[in-house]
Design a protein around this ligand. Structure first.
Ligand code: TMP
Length: 259
């Protein structure tokens, strides 16, 4: 792993040069950050789980015709992906009000939205990934109108598929973040799904108990983040079933920290 040329180190992943031209190796770290890296920590085993969850979701999306950068998982923490030019926009897909939307507009967390809401943020850590309008994207040429049509169409299809996938395992897909890239072929490029899909970038609530099964456990100091990530992987069939009920364990944890 360390003999390969490092291309980029982000907050949760490291990118290495891949074995063939046009490929990249994504290494998933256990590091967790929130609020634009003002809060830092580690979630033990997170990288291993996110590697598996992202492999699973991207593979399933591939089966319904969504183009993704995923090629194959290499080992516990690494996957081979296509090299793309990342579009500098974070696409946030929301089904239920939560997080920054609730804060910004004063809408109570948990309020279902009348229809799926797409938001865009400009990918710039120094600026704190500010919320932007499609007009900014066109004005500063971050993506063409045609690319934005592809991106929004793909985001809605991904949301439809993932909402059903999670509902089938008793999880409500509240919101999530996507990144897209340009796959170049000579002078032409097409938009494909990039980055990762994991509990780091999704809000996932247990349908029955409302328990949070995602990075909000870390962001909000709820505890039980390792168990939450494991629970998602287990329900997706990616971890062996074990005795015990981690959702209940997390509820106990929450009670303890509230008292
Ligand atoms: P937000 O409510 O904080 O804007 O987050 C919306 C969704 O996007 C949530 O599922 C977390 C995810 N997200 C990221 O993955 N990375 C980020 O940098 C931010 C701000 C949000």
């Amino acid at each position: 792993m360390s003999r390969r040329r490092k291309i980029y180190e982000g907050k949760a992943k490291i990118l290495y040069e891949g074995p063939e031209p046009g490929t990249i190796i994504q290494y998933f770290k256990d590091d967790a950050t929130a609020f634009n890296a003002q809060k830092k920590g580690t979630i033990n085993g997170k990288g291993v789980i996110n590697n598996r969850v992202s492999e699973h979701v991207m593979t399933q999306l591939g089966h319904i015709g969504i183009p993704t950068h995923f090629i194959r998982r290499l080992n516990m923490r690494e996957q081979l992906v296509r090299q793309v030019e990342i579009v500098p926009i974070e696409v946030i897909v929301r089904n239920v009000a939560a997080g920054s939307l609730s804060k910004r507009l004063g809408i109570e967390e948990g309020t279902p939205l009348p229809h799926t809401l797409l938001e865009y943020c400009y990918k710039d850590d120094a600026l704190g990934d500010p919320l932007i309008a499609e007009e900014h994207i066109a004005c500063f040429n971050w993506a063409s109108d045609e690319e934005m049509r592809d991106i929004s169409g793909l985001a809605i299809r991904i949301n439809d598929f993932m909402s059903g996938m999670f509902a089938g395992i008793g999880i409500k897909l509240v919101d999530f973040k996507l990144e897209f890239g340009r796959l170049w072929d000579g002078d032409y490029s097409r938009i494909i799904l990039a980055d990762e899909i994991s509990p780091d970038g999704c809000r996932l609530w247990d349908i029955e108990t409302g328990e949070k099964l995602d990075k909000d456990r870390f962001r909000r100091d709820l505890g039980g983040e390792v168990e939450a990530y494991q629970e998602v992987a287990r329900r997706l069939g990616l971890l062996p079933e074990e005795g015990g009920n981690t959702v209940l364990d997390m509820a106990k944890h929450r009670k303890k920290t509230q008292n």
